[in-house]
Ligand binder design. Sequence first.
Ligand SMILES: CC(=O)N[C@H]1[C@@H](OP(=O)(O)OP(=O)(O)OC[C@H]2O[C@@H](n3ccc(=O)[nH]c3=O)[C@H](O)[C@@H]2O)O[C@H](CO)[C@@H](O)[C@@H]1O[C@H](C)C(=O)N[C@@H](C)C(=O)N[C@H](CCC(=O)O)C(=O)O
Ligand SMILES: Nc1ncnc2c1ncn2[C@@H]1O[C@H](COP(=O)(O)OP(=O)(O)OP(=O)(O)O)[C@@H](O)[C@H]1O
Ligand SMILES: N[C@H](CCC[C@H](N)C(=O)O)C(=O)O
Ligand SMILES: [Mg+2]
Length: 491
Amino acid sequence: MKLTQLIEYLVIHETSLTEKQMTEDISFITQDTRKVLKNSLFIAIKGATFDGHSMIEQAVEKGAKAVIVEQVPTNVNLPYILVADTKKAMAQLANAYYGNPSETIKVVGVTGTNGKTTITHLIDQLASSIDKRTGVIGTMYNKVVNKIIPTANTTPDSITLQQLFNEMNEENVDVCAMEVSSHGLIHGRTWGVDFDIAVFTNFTQDHLDFHETMEKYFYAKSLLFSQLGNGYDAKRKLAVINIDSPHGRELMTCTAQNILTYGCSDNANLQAQHITVTSKGTRFDLVYNGTCYPVTTSLIGDFNVYNILAAVGACIGLEYPLEEVIMAITTLKPVKGRFELVDNCKEAVAIVDYAHTPDGLENILQTAQKIATKKIYCVIGCGGDRDKVKRPLMANISLKYADMSIFTSDNPRTEDPIDILNDMCGHLTSDKFIQLVDRQEAIEYALAQAEPGDLVIVAGKGHENYQIMGKEKVYFDDCEMIKGFVNKESL
Ligand SMILES: CC(=O)N[C@H]1[C@@H](OP(=O)(O)OP(=O)(O)OC[C@H]2O[C@@H](n3ccc(=O)[nH]c3=O)[C@H](O)[C@@H]2O)O[C@H](CO)[C@@H](O)[C@@H]1O[C@H](C)C(=O)N[C@@H](C)C(=O)N[C@H](CCC(=O)O)C(=O)O
Ligand SMILES: Nc1ncnc2c1ncn2[C@@H]1O[C@H](COP(=O)(O)OP(=O)(O)OP(=O)(O)O)[C@@H](O)[C@H]1O
Ligand SMILES: N[C@H](CCC[C@H](N)C(=O)O)C(=O)O
Ligand SMILES: [Mg+2]
């Protein structure tokens, strides 16, 4: 593609490129000097730890035909194009390079503190059940039909994102269910994505290390709704909002589009009534447009009823046949590491879950109380180099609902795990907890104590099969640890 064509939508403040240089062919765009190839366009980004502007000379040496910058280089002979904001330019360039690929796919963006992965995977299952070709973008992996692509982020950078949409187009994907994280929104990773549907799950405390205040965190979430279009778009768009959340009600003013509300309140468009939770699954009545549909699902918990309503709401927005979608609810499989029941030698009910926020933990422990017949053990840790404010809150919640809490490590990263444990339980005086810094020991302790019929919740890591210690990822899998536990007394 010609450089002139690629930069058509940029507002250029200044450039050192000649008219001839502007007509050069560009065959690759990147924001990473390590990936620059011949005939690339390099975009310099100021990141958290590194400033791409410091390496534009090397990028040009490696074959970049031009560099996009937001500050004039010291060496003005370099082929630079000055813009106000290189992150915004990167999103515009990525979109131009891949030909606005999200326009031809139905894109469902899901945001909120908890439930994004679950809902996107439920949408994937529901859409697949009516023979749609699907894509998924999110925490566990990205997926193009059956191809699984590993990912480092919940919401990828704008180049990776547009590249994924392009691949989805090549594979004739009908619908992509995508997690939209608050980091992704603040970093502008989703700029230029043509969302058809925006789903809001809920809003509670997390990520204060990054957003600093709940107000700023909520503002980040609201961006998905203000980016949903002007209300007069060629494509019909819809915001699907949890009306039981006060923040959901506030978000309703952030979009120009039509809104479908869901929840348990009488005024929700899509409603759940008469919820019954058991250790085998959940039953409820789904009410839409005055018709009541009794449904059963193997997903456990009231919070999963919300997740199902959100996924069904998205399917309504996609104009899928409602009765077929509702029938498919009974076939929904739980998502890996989300309230996942794991076999073990103790005949205890062991559950691995990804709860890593106070609200997530409270929801699963409330659900645990509903299905428990005997004692509840809870193994939980908090991530290092992340929101510290949530640490004592999560310990308090565990103590409130579990008969015994085992506080341990969960991705300490560059922090000392003992310091994290002190933040969690330094203030506690109860005798209903112990601290075991080694996660394997913590899980084994809980299982060793558990009697048949007790419930052992192992929370925080869900699908993750690693522990991040320092900068290293060490293999660790909660499910394997539970399955592999051998009760020493029975040997
Ligand atoms: C703190 C943070 O968000 N970092 C993200 C960010 O990296 P960064 O821009 O800060 O990277 P940097 O190392 O400072 O580099 C700056 C620039 O220089 C370039 N560079 C760097 C080195 C070099 O030699 N040459 C070079 O050109 C880099 O390519 C980059 O363009 O941009 C990268 C690309 O988009 C992300 O992968 C990376 O996410 C890291 C891995 C991360 O852990 N992020 C977390 C906090 C995050 O974003 N989480 C949310 C999920 C939250 C939730 O689930 O609720 C997410 O969406 O993943
Ligand atoms: N609707 C919900 N409301 C409250 N808690 C939930 C809800 N759905 C899931 N959870 C809890 O949150 C955990 C994470 O769920 P999920 O992975 O779907 O959320 P997420 O929003 O994708 O999280 P992340 O921010 O890490 O991407 C689950 O394991 C469960 O404990
Ligand atoms: N998406 C979440 C994942 C946290 C998972 C937990 N295991 C941890 O490391 O804290 C985050 O980036 O905060
Ligand atoms: Mg997720």
